[in-house]
Every structure is written in structure tokens, then in C-alpha cells.
Design a protein around this ligand. Structure first.
Ligand SMILES: N[C@@H](CCC(=O)N[C@@H](CS)C(=O)NCC(=O)O)C(=O)O
Length: 219
């Protein structure tokens, strides 16, 4: 591959993020289509790259990057396209992007949606915890309602340019729907707008292999 990019992982919201940014930037990449909980993340080859056996994982030449948010932010900086995609030019702009990314990853993904996933869909692995699931659901809704006005202010989270933060937000909104969470109006309209992006649709096909029903099963 001309860019020397290899992406490991398909089939989950987190892997979708990496496919989406690669496609958004028009980058060719080699795909290693391994899935979570298939045993494929436990192969010796993959464990050498990521002892925590998590996907997505990006290789760029000798560099190995894990964590979906780190991967898409890395790609945005390594292959900058400031005309189309928000690339921070100074510390203040980087702070605005980081604020959204950390908020989405820690409050919406890890503290809310992943708790629901672990203790509902994956309760055979992580145990039942109905009170934690209920609290995580209301915490998600509280946070989204608090940020809802900002989702209506501009086309994208950082204004007129699409960014890694939009990839993180959109994948969490899609994930929330699979958890039967009702999106507030502006979040629902934002989601509909972003879903029209050709790169999102192409990434969805690449990540879920055209099988939309695979999404609910394997987040
Ligand atoms: N915070 C990580 C989460 C990665 C993660 O939990 N990946 C899951 C699939 S969504 C996985 O690889 N599971 C396979 C395993 O644990 O072996 C990210 O955003 O990349």
C-alpha cells in the first residue's frame, strides 16, 4: 500500500471510527478484518502488537497506534487536509478539539454506553448490574441533553469543518440507538445530517461488510 497503513478490526462502533477517518481522508489501507470475541484478537501476531487484544489498531510503517480516538486524531494530523477537515492550528484550537474528544470518549462511550453494553448485552461475560445500567442510561441522556444546544449551532461540533470529534459523536449516537436510547431533537437532526456523508456510508459498508444487523450484535 502506498501509505503503508494497515488497519486491524471490523464490526464494532470503535472500529468504524478508524475506517471512517481513513476513508474521509481518501487514504488507501490494508485491512486485517479481525473481529472482537472471535478469538482473532488473541492470535500471537496480534498480541505482539497489542497485548490488551483490543481493536481497532493502526499500523503506519513502524508506528503502532491503539485506541480509536487516538487513531483518528493521529490520521488527521499525519495526513492533514485543513481545507476539508478541522486541523488545530494552535493550543486553543487543540483544546477545543480535545475537549469534545475526551468528553465523548470518557462520558458518553466509557462511562455510559460501554457500561450498558457490558452489563446488558455482554452480561454473560461481565455480570449483571441492573442498577449500573440504569444509571449509565440516565447519565448518557443527561449529558446529551446538556450538550444538545451545541449540536444545533453549526453543521459540525467544531463549526463549519468536520473533525475527529464528529466521528466520535456520530458513532456514539448510532450506538445509543442500538441501546434503545431516544435522542434529543438536535442530536437526532445532527445524526441525520452526518449520516449523509459518503465517507460515513462507505465506512459503514467496509466495517460491517454490508450486514447492518451485525451492528447490534457486535458493538
Ligand atoms: N477504548 C478502546 C476500546 C477498544 C475495545 O474495547 N475494543 C473491543 C471491541 S469494541 C475489542 O477489541 N474487544 C476484543 C477483545 O477484548 O478481545 C477504543 O476506543 O479503541
Amino acid at each position: 500500500m502506498s501509505n503503508d497503513l494497515t488497519l486491524w478490526g471490523i464490526g464494532t462502533s470503535r472500529t468504524l471510527r478508524a475506517h471512517w477517518m481513513l476513508i474521509e481522508l481518501g487514504l488507501d489501507y490494508e485491512l486485517k478484518p479481525i473481529g472482537s470475541r472471535t478469538g482473532e484478537t488473541l492470535s500471537p501476531e496480534f498480541l505482539r502488537l497489542n497485548p490488551r487484544h483490543k481493536i481497532p489498531l493502526l499500523q503506519h510503517g513502524p508506528l503502532v497506534v491503539t485506541e480509536s480516538a487516538a487513531i483518528i486524531n493521529y490520521l488527521g494530523e499525519a495526513f492533514p487536509q485543513p481545507d476539508r477537515i478541522f486541523v488545530p492550528r494552535d493550543a486553543a484550537e487543540r483544546a477545543r478539539l480535545s475537549e469534545w474528544c475526551y468528553f465523548i470518549m470518557t462520558e458518553l462511550d466509557a462511562t455510559s454506553l460501554y457500561i450498558v453494553r457490558r452489563h446488558e448485552g455482554l452480561k454473560h461475560l461481565y455480570g449483571e448490574a441492573p442498577a449500573a445500567v440504569e444509571a449509565a442510561r440516565s447519565y448518557f441522556m443527561h449529558n446529551l441533553a446538556a450538550m444538545d444546544s451545541r449540536l444545533g449551532e453549526a453543521p459540525f461540533l467544531l463549526g463549519n469543518k468536520f473533525s475527529a470529534a464528529d466521528i466520535l459523536m456520530m458513532t456514539c449516537l448510532e450506538w445509543a440507538i442500538t441501546c434503545d436510547l431516544q435522542l434529543p431533537d438536535r442530536a437526532a437532526a445532527y445524526r441525520e445530517r452526518i449520516a449523509q456523508r459518503p465517507a460515513y456510508r462507505a465506512a459503514f459498508r467496509a466495517n460491517f461488510r454490508g450486514d447492518a444487523s451485525a451492528r447490534r450484535a457486535s458493538i
